[in-house]
Ligand binder design. Structure first.
Ligand SMILES: [Mg+2]
Length: 315
């Protein structure tokens, strides 16, 4: 089979009609021309995924496409932004058409659902790697940052945490005997097809005082929020929202997964207690509060407990 050139690849797999008045010029010129509405800021986030490092070599191409976009949209969600545009730099070992077809299907499945337009990109030859840059907009001054948490604020997380971590263990062939098939399927889905919480990020504008997405593990990402906001936090372990899949494993391991495993792409945020009623309508769980005492304290039933993380860092 003849190797496809760069332009053929782009035309066949990545050029789609764009229905966005803000795209003055999309794929096909030297650069895209994009219009941000008056009174808004451009929000930009980029992430690189390398095969064998950020996803197993054997990952289904559809899932690679989906996830490469999802992790970037998750960053826009964490800023409270509206996701609008995306560029893709794709490094491929060869122009494998089956891969490209499935990869672009996965990418566009999410992009079209979220009404995000692919407006540019690049393809090069080399070991499989993808860089996605997501662009969005947010009204001036309305973006959610990591730095706004105040002492006395409540701490929340969306959805459930630890599922993708369980999925990764299953993918590595661990714990297969202990997990029911439906739970395993759920955990693998959470790992492979993360859901960017764009609608939630939107809803948190004007409510959350600080926000980020959980990509590296709740404890670690919370550390970034604490550092940026110069506060500490008390986190009640028993309040951590866990899926039924996580309920099926030993509680000590479930704690570790919920606190340290990455890839859940939930939103972690703070809000004043006066916002509790408003937040009750959203898929979020209050898990603690912000303190003057620096650092992260884990509590169980109102009492401090040892960090279960330390002994498990390379587990
Ligand atoms: Mg992030």
């Amino acid at each position: 089979m003849a190797q496809k050139g760069e332009f053929d690849i782009i035309r066949e797999f990545f050029q789609r009609p764009v229905a966005d008045a803000g795209v003055h010029l999309g794929i096909g010129d030297d650069a895209a021309l994009l219009a941000v509405p008056a009174g808004h800021e451009l929000v930009v986030s980029t992430d690189t995924l390398v095969a064998g490092r950020h996803f197993p070599e054997a990952t289904a191409p559809f899932d690679i496409g989906w996830k490469a976009l999802a992790v970037n949209l998750s960053d826009l969600a964490a800023m409270g932004a509206r996701a609008r545009w995306v560029t893709l730099a794709l490094t491929l070992p060869d122009s494998d058409e089956d891969f490209l077809r499935e990869f672009s299907r996965g990418l566009f499945a999410l992009a079209e659902r979220e009404q995000v337009s692919l407006v540019g990109g690049d393809t090069t030859r080399g070991p499989l790697a993808l860089t996605v840059t997501a662009l969005g907009d947010v009204p001036l001054g309305a973006a959610l940052k990591r730095s706004g948490a105040r002492v006395g604020d409540d701490l929340y997380v969306s959805g459930t945490v630890g599922d993708a971590g369980l999925g990764l263990r299953l993918e590595l062939g661990q714990w297969l005997d202990e997990i029911a098939p439906a739970a395993a399927e759920f955990a693998l889905q959470r790992l492979r097809r993360p859901e960017p919480r764009l609608g939630l990020g939107f809803a948190l504008r004007g409510v959350a005082t600080a926000c980020l997405d959980v990509s590296d593990g709740l404890a670690q990402d919370l550390g970034h929020l604490l550092a940026a906001s110069r506060t500490g936090a008390v986190l009640e372990l028993d309040w951590l929202p866990r899926s039924a899949a996580l309920a099926g494993i030993e509680p000590a391991f479930a704690d570790v997964l919920a606190l340290t495993s990455g890839d859940d792409y939930e939103l972690l945020f703070t809000a004043p207690p006066s916002a509790r009623e408003r937040l009750a309508a959203l898929p979020v769980t209050r898990i603690g509060r912000m303190t003057e005492v620096p650092g992260l304290q884990l509590w169980r039933g109102g009492n401090p407990v040892e960090m279960p993380v330390a002994g498990f860092t390379h587990f």
